[in-house]
Design a protein. Structure first.
Length: 72
């Protein structure tokens, strides 16, 4: 998988993502769903489990940077 294929995908937070935390998200990819370690795109963002996010950067093999997909 190349880096650009992950960017723009939607996922859901399964472990809190926030400053000083290594969170977790699940993303639908390759015909299934996979878990990735996740960091917020902004150092001030905190996202609780259940939040829908967009992948804005991918660091192989299992790390993504995310932002909220929808404003709350």
């Amino acid at each position: 998988m190349d880096d650009s294929s992950m960017v723009g995908l939607l996922g859901r937070v399964t472990g809190t993502v926030g400053p000083g935390l290594v969170g977790e998200v699940i993303v639908r990819i390759r015909g299934g769903a996979e878990h990735f370690l996740a960091y917020p795109s902004s150092s001030k963002d905190r996202m609780e489990p259940g939040t829908v996010v967009t992948v804005i950067d991918y660091l192989p093999p299992r790390t993504v940077y995310v932002t909220r997909a929808y404003d709350s």
